[in-house]
Design a protein around this ligand. Structure first.
Ligand SMILES: C=Cc1ccc(O)cc1
Length: 184
């Protein structure tokens, strides 16, 4: 069995970043898992924080390299939530800013699901409930896992988060040699 966690990976180019799978913990304690699926698509799972349990695949995003080894990602979601992430993976750091519409703060449970199967509910909710004032969450995070999943790997984020999943991934118990999920 391969443990794919490679905290010594060195990033220079955009290609180095694309296909990389990360787990990180924000300084406020929120734990996120995020995958640069290709140059315009991201997947993620949320393990801790206000919307723990939420997961999303095939979210369209803007992904750019600012200088060698420094990456900026930004997207807007069906919920109306906006996200901007600045990754400095060689330092095991990133800075994320999440802009939540008021309704997500008021009703986080509506968003805690596999969003792809509930896009209509997200779009209805963003019309039905309040947008303002937005809740802005600007935080640094520390990266605790970096794995080379390759681009367009649908097995990286393919089931709901569970307690202990980040540890299983970090400990090499979650993916096989080909970065496919092990049945558990
Ligand atoms: C709201 C989504 C989201 C995904 C990753 C991350 O680091 C912050 C927010």
């Amino acid at each position: 069995m391969t443990n794919h966690n490679n905290m010594n990976k060195h990033f220079e180019t955009l290609e180095d970043f694309l296909g990389t799978h990360f787990i990180y913990t924000y300084d406020n304690g929120w734990e996120y898992e995020w995958y640069a699926k290709n140059d315009h698509t991201v997947d993620y799972r949320i393990h801790g924080g206000m919307v723990a349990g939420r997961w999303v695949t095939d979210q369209e995003a803007h992904i750019n390299m600012l200088i060698p080894g420094v990456y900026k990602i930004a997207w807007t979601e069906p919920t109306g939530t906006d996200v901007a992430l600045d990754f400095v993976p060689n330092e095991h750091k990133l800075n994320g800013t999440i802009f939540f519409p008021k309704w997500v703060q008021d009703h986080p449970e509506i968003t805690v699901t596999y969003q792809n199967e509930h896009i209509d509910l997200m779009e209805e909710s963003r019309e039905k409930y309040d947008t303002y004032p937005k809740m802005v969450v600007p935080e640094f995070a520390t990266i605790t896992y970096m794995g080379d999943a390759g681009q367009n790997n649908d097995q990286v984020i393919a089931e709901a988060p569970y307690d202990g999943m980040p540890d299983d991934i970090r400990n090499g118990k979650f993916y096989d040699d080909d970065y496919q999920m092990i049945k558990h």
